[in-house]
Design a protein around this ligand. Structure first.
Ligand code: SRM
Ligand code: SF4
Length: 553
């Protein structure tokens, strides 16, 4: 049976290398919106059209078009930015966006609230500080994640270099970005060729992560393609490769599911790009282009089987996989506070609630980080958990950085309970068009309530990973948490339990469509049972998986 291609496929193949009519859409002063096909294409340039959902109804009643604006996302592999780039982004946020910065779960910076007629100036300002937004979104390889913690070993720098090289190698070749945003002249008559992607790019987004065991801070099994560093006697010798991770699901569509990646095999260092290109082109050719709900690599993999997929990747790359040794993880999340580096320098890992950099009350993140950036000689590292590391601080500079951080309330988060410190939340309302419930604006309050329940259950020092997503797309990687809320409707969530602490086991649906009171009552009862019935040192996620979910199955 042949089915029609999804409409997005037509838009991509008609787009003349992602140009579409973006120039005309941007020039149309009658609306704050883009033409519909251009709303698809602009994603490949690192931006999404959005509208303020808090104002939607009010504006509709006043017969006004929605309050359109644009989110812009950076391509910052490994989340590393210099102090100069930080200052530039801060200034751009004040001048063009909503005055805040947002650190994402994929180590990028997002700006929200840029209006259409200032989009081009904003893109140019971003480029001037030597950061681009190419392929930050769209059906291409996205921002590449790298374990953020710079203290672990010298291997971190090598893995970072491999990730940057891979990010560059998988970029689309079209000059559309440079022409539309940076006024580069198109060379007439020059045919443009996308050797990797072809005219229709990938069937869907594609995500890659590099991880340095024993710390699974990137949640490597959530990614289409994962590289877990193999380090022997301090030397980076190769990577264990995993494929087919992906978390997005759709409520009520049982064909969709979250999937933890499968190990494909082990490769020597130096083969990462060849393997990535082979995985990517196999997905390009084998992936589903009819139904975007079923088009991620995870579905391709389950359709063809791991063996067939591996054989194809080996044939395309010329790389023969050695058997994989499952990476041994000991922790996830970030290690907060001051950490000594292997090179004698210091790193300050700060807790940023839901990645939002703003001046609010006692915690003045924008001002504090601005002051730090002015004196800091190292760099800034956005972690895959939406936090920020002030990295590479010389011992003599430590007191000054500490003083500024303290003065601006940036150390407050370090004193919160482990549950509150590790909690993740996606953006959700008011900017995300897909949000069904609050996440970012709810996580501080909700995680404090969970901590209070732990205290009441007599285990105040216990920790657990808690994640909230405003819809089932799973942008805070909720399906890998011990406790997760997945938005269903305003104030209502699905409660998932039973992930493990290391991000290797998916959780499962435990209660559907319940409000806060029911969620808290459920957790209170189950925390009590866990304390009484658990095996020695058993985590809540493991207990929930072993007992609670087995009972409710
Ligand atoms: Fe995401 C779509 C925000 C990480 C799965 N995600 C969106 C959009 C762009 C909504 C949209 O399509 O219009 C959200 C914009 C909200 C806003 O206002 O900013 C959005 N996703 C985010 C961020 C900002 C969440 C955060 O709080 O940090 C993360 C940005 C990452 C980046 O810098 O590139 C973000 N998104 C993720 C992750 C986690 C990850 O990749 O590690 C996932 C789950 C992993 C995965 O992809 O399977 C994720 N986002 C999705 C999906 C579901 C994809 C699927 O396969 O079904 C969508 C919807 C879609 O693609 O149709 C989505
Ligand atoms: Fe939006 Fe849903 Fe992603 Fe949250 S999980 S940012 S609500 S798409």
């Amino acid at each position: 049976m042949t089915t029609a291609l999804s409409p997005v496929e037509q838009i991509k193949s008609d787009s003349r290398g992602l140009r579409g009519t973006l120039v005309e859409s941007l020039a149309d002063a009658h609306t704050g919106s883009l033409r519909e096909p251009d709303q698809v294409l602009i994603k490949f340039h690192g931006s999404y059209q959005q509208d303020d959902r808090d104002l939607r109804e009010e504006r509709a009643e006043s017969k006004l078009e929605p309050k359109y604006s644009f989110m812009i996302r950076t391509r910052t592999p490994g989340g590393i930015v210099t102090p100069a780039q930080w200052l530039a982004f801060d200034a751009i946020a004040q001048r063009y966006a909503n005055g805040t910065l947002r650190l994402t779960t994929r180590q990028a910076i997002q700006l929200h609230g840029v209006v259409k007629h200032e989009l081009k100036s904003t893109m140019q300002a971003i480029n001037r500080c030597l950061i681009d937004t190419i392929a930050a979104c769209g059906d291409v390889n996205r921002n590449v994640l790298v374990s953020a913690n710079p203290v672990q070993s010298e291997a971190h720098a090598l893995v970072y270099a491999d990730a940057v090289a891979l990010s560059e190698a998988l970029l689309p070749k079209t000059r559309a970005y440079h022409e539309i945003w940076l006024d580069e002249q198109q060379i007439a008559g020059t045919p443009e060729h996308e050797p990797l992607y072809g005219p229709s790019y990938l069937p869907r987004k594609f995500k890659t992560a590099f991880v340095l065991p024993p710390h699974n801070d990137v949640d490597v099994y959530a990614h289409d393609l994962g590289y877990a560093a193999v380090i022997v006697d301090g030397v980076l010798t190769g990577y264990n490769v995993s494929v087919g991770g992906g978390l997005g699901t759709t409520h009520g569509d049982a064909r969709t599911y979250a999937r933890a990646a499968s190990l494909l095999g082990c490769i020597p260092r130096g083969q990462e790009i060849a393997v990535a290109q082979a995985v990517l082109t196999t997905q390009r050719d084998w992936g589903n282009r009819e139904d975007r709900r079923l088009s991620r690599l995870k579905y391709t993999l389950d359709r063809v089987g791991l063996e067939a997929f591996r054989a194809e990747v080996e044939a395309r790359s010329g790389v023969k996989f050695a058997p994989a040794a499952p990476p041994r993880f000991e922790a996830r999340g970030d290690r907060f506070g001051w950490l000594p580096g292997h090179d004698g320098r210091w790193h300050l890992n700060l807790r940023v609630v839901a990645g939002r950099i703003a001046d609010r009350g006692e915690e003045r993140w924008l001002s504090g980080l601005r002051a730090i950036a002015r004196v800091h000689a190292g760099d800034f590292r956005i972690t895959p958990n939406q936090n920020l590391v002030i990295a590479g601080i010389e011992a003599h500079a430590r007191p000054e950085i500490e003083r500024i951080a303290l003065e601006h309330g940036l150390l407050a988060g370090l004193d919160r309970s482990p549950v509150e410190r590790d909690a993740l939340a996606c953006v959700a309302l008011p900017t995300c068009p897909l949000a069904m419930a609050e996440a970012e604006r709810y996580v501080a309050e909700f995680s404090a309530k969970v901590q209070a329940l732990l205290a009441r259950a007599g285990v105040p020092e216990e920790t657990l990973s808690l994640r909230i997503s405003g819809c089932p797309n799973g942008c805070s990687r909720p399906y890998l948490a011990e406790v997760a809320l997945v938005g269903k409707a305003p104030g209502r969530y699905n409660l998932h339990l039973g992930g493990d602490r290391l991000g290797t086991r998916l959780n499962r649906l435990y209660r559907e469509n319940i409000d806060e009171a029911e969620i808290l009552a459920t957790l209170e009862r189950d925390f009590g049972r866990w304390r009484r019935e658990r095996a020695t040192a058993e985590s809540f996620g493991d207990y929930a998986d072993r007992v609670l979910l087995a009972e409710s199955a």
